[in-house]
Write a protein of this length. Structure first.
Length: 165
């Protein structure tokens, strides 16, 4: 339940930072340790695409990191986020009084994410998330709708003492 709650909170924070948002993303954040060696030359840093981000590839249902492969995050999204997207949509529709659609997204902050085969849902890094939300086009939300969704997510995820802050 903690990951579900933190995922909803992530959606709320994401929605609150955007003026006009397209759809609601049910976000699962994943962290993996990595080591990055910095070049000495600062000008060289400017020329490196995705500097500081190690590659992560999605291929044939697997997440291929630099030295290992993994399927557990994919399985978790299929097991938790996809079945819960209808519940999240129903809850937000009931709570806000307006039809709200949600969709799952798997996010790996700090990794350069590419897909060699088409994933069943978006797999992104933190920078790609901003570009992907408008491209999903499940629905257009006004700022008033975004504020209502953020409020409902905050009410459900934060304790009573944190809501007023």
């Amino acid at each position: 339940m903690t990951s579900f709650t933190s995922s909803l909170l992530s959606v709320g924070i994401l929605l609150s930072s955007m003026f006009v948002t397209i759809g609601v993303m049910f976000v699962l954040l994943k962290h993996r340790d990595r080591t990055v060696k910095l070049p000495v030359d600062r000008e060289q840093l400017q020329r490196i695409p995705a500097f500081g981000l190690l590659p992560l590839h999605f291929k044939d249902g697997r997440l291929c990191f630099s030295s290992w492969t993994e399927t557990k995050p994919i399985e978790q999204v299929i097991r938790q986020a996809i079945p819960n997207k209808e519940q999240v949509s129903q809850w937000l529709t009931k709570a806000t009084g307006q039809q709200v659609f949600s969709s799952p997204v798997l996010v790996f902050p700090g990794w350069y994410v590419t897909s060699q085969t088409k994933p069943p849902f978006p797999i992104l890094n933190h920078k790609q998330l901003v570009k992907t939300i408008p491209a999903v086009r499940t629905q257009t939300l006004s700022q008033q709708q975004v504020d209502a969704i953020v409020y409902q997510v905050a009410q459900r995820c934060l304790s009573k003492s944190e809501v007023g802050k």
